[in-house]
Design a protein around this ligand. Structure first.
Ligand SMILES: [Cu+2]
Length: 374
């Protein structure tokens, strides 16, 4: 893949939609570790994007570093095109170009107050849609077939997602804004609930940030989908990598027919909107394990290796039969200079050589689930 072409396409798309604005909102990073061969590498794209800061096939413009709080103009409308594409192995993915569809799809980002106008191009022979959680939309952007809101095979259709800031209401109370770690997914393939689209990979993360939120150095999307992670089983699950001290944003999403618990080794976060404590008396519980059930999503930021140092750390479902059958992966925290810490490669080798005894069986069962509807 040619990064310059990706960036060029993104810029042309932006040029049609709006004027580039250095203070504009982050967005459009392709999820790392999506596991598809076409997957964009965010680091190389960042380098290619240069001063304009277009990332990952680029929904938007991200220039803010972690020492520089996010800022955005009020009420920006961002126009993007997303392609729904058939992938090898009877899977499907969303991509910012027809050639870069991944499982999960690209991370979409906006700030509270922004509007995301999505042109969804259905390149497949299946009925499908894109349905968001957490944002505002009318029934014709719902993505649900009963609202007649979907793409027929080969059809292109526009979906509009709006968002809003927190507002004061009576009784000294506040109505929530849109900020949160949300997600999007198909709602039309196979059944009126998109059951086939979901099991086959049509899902991704949606972040609505509040102005002033800290932006991460890296983002990892982890989707517990039936008994798989990002439609993979260990040891083929994504290995997420960061250098010691990098600010890492985890995006966790649940889909399918099972209840899960997401556990990250050696790191902990505040169980609130961001993962950070607001101060020494912030009452948010601090956790390292959290329910991740179908339709749920949460996110948090941690400093890679904070208080524990570099190493190969595991992330996994803590339902034992699920982790035993392959719902596990590696969070590799390298040394601050990017070199491998002692013992990490050996740990990775052991993980890769580990016989996840029932993995093949579980995978086969999952494919039975996924075999319906198309
Ligand atoms: Cu599980």
């Amino acid at each position: 893949m040619n990064d310059d072409n990706v960036v060029g396409r993104a810029l042309r798309r932006w040029g049609r939609g709006m004027t580039l604005n250095r203070d504009d909102l982050a967005g459009g990073r392709t999820a790392e570790g999506g596991g598809e061969p076409q997957q964009l590498r965010r680091r190389s794209l960042l380098a290619a994007a240069g001063v304009l800061g277009v990332t990952g096939g680029a929904v938007a413009v991200a220039t803010t570093t972690r020492s520089e709080p996010a800022q955005a103009a009020e009420g920006v409308t961002k126009r993007i095109t997303i392609y729904a594409v058939a992938l090898p192995g009877n899977q499907f993915g969303y991509g910012l170009t027809p050639d870069t569809a991944t499982i999960p799809g690209p991370v979409l980002e906006m700030y509270e107050g922004d509007t995301l106008e999505i042109t969804l191009v259905n390149t497949t022979n299946q009925r499908l849609s894109i349905h968001p959680h957490g944002v505002d939309y009318s029934t014709d952007s719902d993505g649900a077939p009963f609202n007649n809101s979907f793409n027929a095979p080969g059809e292109t259709r526009k979906y509009v997602w709006r968002s809003h800031e927190m507002t004061a209401t009576s009784g000294r109370r506040f109505l929530p804004g849109s900020a949160g770690y949300w997600h999007y997914h198909d709602h039309a393939m196979g059944t009126d609930h998109g059951t086939a689209g979901l099991i086959k990979g049509l899902y991704g993360a949606l972040i609505v940030r509040r102005r002033g939120d800290i932006l991460p150095d890296k983002q990892f999307t982890v989707v517990f989908n039936d008994l798989q992670i990002n439609n993979k089983v260990a040891p083929n699950t994504p290995m997420f990598e960061a250098n010691l001290g990098q600010r890492v944003e985890w995006l966790a999403i649940g889909h399918g027919n099972f209840f899960h618990t997401f556990h990250l080794h050696a790191h902990r976060w505040a169980d609130n909107r961001t993962g950070y404590l607001e101060g020494p008396s912030d009452p948010s519980p601090v956790v390292d394990n959290k329910d991740l059930n179908p339709g749920n999503s949460f996110g948090f930021q941690v400093l890679a290796g904070d208080s524990v140092g570099p190493g190969a750390w595991m992330y996994h479902c803590h339902v034992q039969s699920h982790s035993d059958t392959g719902m596990a992966g590696i969070f590799l925290v390298r040394n601050a200079d990017g070199t491998m810490p002692p013992g990490a490669q050996e740990a990775i080798d052991r993980f890769n050589g580990h016989q996840h005894a029932a993995a093949a069986k579980a995978s086969a069962q999952t494919h039975v689930h996924g075999g319906t509807g198309s």
